[in-house]
Design a binder for this molecule. Structure first.
Ligand SMILES: C[S@@+](CC[C@H](N)C(=O)[O-])C[C@H]1O[C@@H](n2cnc3c(N)ncnc32)[C@H](O)[C@@H]1O
Length: 413
């Protein structure tokens, strides 16, 4: 199919029609700068993608399937980056353009363009962000390959796709909507939400939300229940998807949920058996054990990139030259602490409540010495003089596993 005939088939596509009348996320008029005022948030974001490279902010970034506000938010919060936002629907582009004018986002360009045709931009990118898009494509592999083809040789891609186990409740309700032939008119949507409010408490829709009914938000549910097409991926299917399309898995955006050494599973009789499995099998088993993951967010690279340089390992003394950077969505809770604890570390992105780290006063002093500039050896020097205790190493490794910090390893390359 030529690029032009593909473009016209995409325009007639039911997903494109759906998002034209139901733009997602719901359009906003104001953007917030929230965590991005802090320079360390940028460093953390950068080293999550590239532990081994020196930080720089002047990146070429593509937001593919940008929806109504994702590209504008990114452009506002990353003024040194050069942004391109593409989306197949005119409504998404119009909303993005409105925000661009309002906030004078001179670093953002937009174009109505399908992901599958991204090479028409004739540009390569350091970062490609594609969240909530590929699983709606008629051929997600075609979309992923197209994105890979415009990634710079050491570029990084941040992707979010649906995962099936946590969507069981959605699938049942999608079938319910099909059984009744529910359409997307205002009246039908209002009736559907009224019906959903009466759902039994033990419906699988709520199980995936930890029993919470907050999910009964109109726009989110319309997007989830009435979307004309979606695919989802278990962990093994995801690896296959990535590798079949000439990319390489880098890391999970949040890795603790996939690691058997983190959380409640680590204190069960299966802990040892799980840790003896190859890495991918561990991720597979953790997805099955957790049971309610509804998406996978991950970082991928071109498959010709050297993955040794990406490794963050605490196996030899090189880790002392790493510079830890706290992730912006982490916090140290100080209330209702267990006896003897000086804090409890949490990550607001984690869906699972067992993924916390209880710290003592020694670990808290280490944590407080992390400023995004000091190396681990400098931090240890401040906290305990010249001696490096094994406790320090295992604490830094724990901060890594639990998505509390990323590490700038560029001084060890
Ligand atoms: C669920 S929204 C996600 C929006 C945004 N990425 C975010 O996370 O806020 C999906 C977006 O993908 C867009 N989309 C769907 N198919 C597309 C395609 N083939 N090419 C480009 N955009 C597409 C839709 O128009 C919609 O704006």
């Amino acid at each position: 199919m030529t690029s032009q005939s593909f473009a016209s088939s995409v325009n007639a596509d039911p997903v494109s029609e759906f998002y034209t009348s139901h733009p997602y996320p719901p359009p906003v008029h104001n953007l917030e700068r929230d965590v991005w005022r802090d320079e360390n948030a940028h460093r953390a974001e950068y080293h999550l993608l590239w532990p081994h490279k020196e930080f720089r902010a002047d990146l070429d970034v593509l937001v593919a399937g940008c929806g109504t506000s994702e590209a504008a938010k990114y452009a506002l919060n990353h003024p040194a980056a050069r942004l391109v936002g593409i989306d197949v629907t005119p409504t998404s582009i119009e909303h993005t353009e409105t925000l661009k004018r309002k906030y004078n986002l001179t670093n953002l360009k937009t174009q109505q363009l399908a992901v599958e045709n991204v090479s028409d931009l004739d540009q390569r990118f350091d970062v490609i962000i594609c969240t909530g898009v590929l699983h709606h494509l008629a051929d997600p592999g075609l979309g992923l390959r197209a994105l890979g083809s415009v990634l710079k040789p050491d570029g990084a891609m941040y992707v979010l796709v649906y995962a099936p186990y946590g969507r069981a409740g959605i699938y049942v309700l999608q079938e319910y909507c099909r059984t009744l032939g529910i359409g997307t008119s205002r009246q039908e949507l209002a009736e559907l939400f009224a019906v959903l409010k009466a759902l039994p408490q033990h419906h699988p829709l709520f199980a995936a939300q930890g029993g919470s009914r907050e999910f009964l938000d109109g726009d989110l549910l319309a997007d989830a229940l009435l979307n004309p097409r979606e695919t989802s991926y278990t962990v093994p299917q995801l690896f296959d998807f990535i590798e079949r399309n000439d990319l390489m898995f880098g890391r999970w955006y949040s890795q603790a949920p996939y690691l058997p050494q983190c959380g409640a599973i680590a204190r069960t009789p299966h802990a040892e058996r799980l840790s003896a499995l190859p890495e991918r099998k561990q991720y597979t088993a953790m997805e099955q054990w957790r049971g309610v993951m509804n998406n996978h967010s991950f970082v991928a690279y071109r498959n010709d990139m050297n993955n040794n340089s990406l490794k963050v390992s605490f196996d030899d003394e090189r880790y002392l030259r790493y510079v830890p950077v706290r992730l912006p969505w982490t916090m140290c809770a100080q209330e209702r602490l267990p006896p003897g604890a000086a804090g409890v570390l949490l990550n607001r992105l984690h869906q699972f409540q067992d993924l916390f780290v209880v710290i003592d006063t020694y670990e808290k002093r280490i944590l407080e010495a992390i400023d995004g500039r000091r190396s681990i050896s400098e931090i240890i020097g401040r906290v305990e003089g010249k001696e490096v205790s094994p406790r320090a190493r295992s604490f830094f490794e724990k901060l890594w596993w639990y998505d509390q910090a990323v590490f700038d390893t560029s001084k060890t390359q």
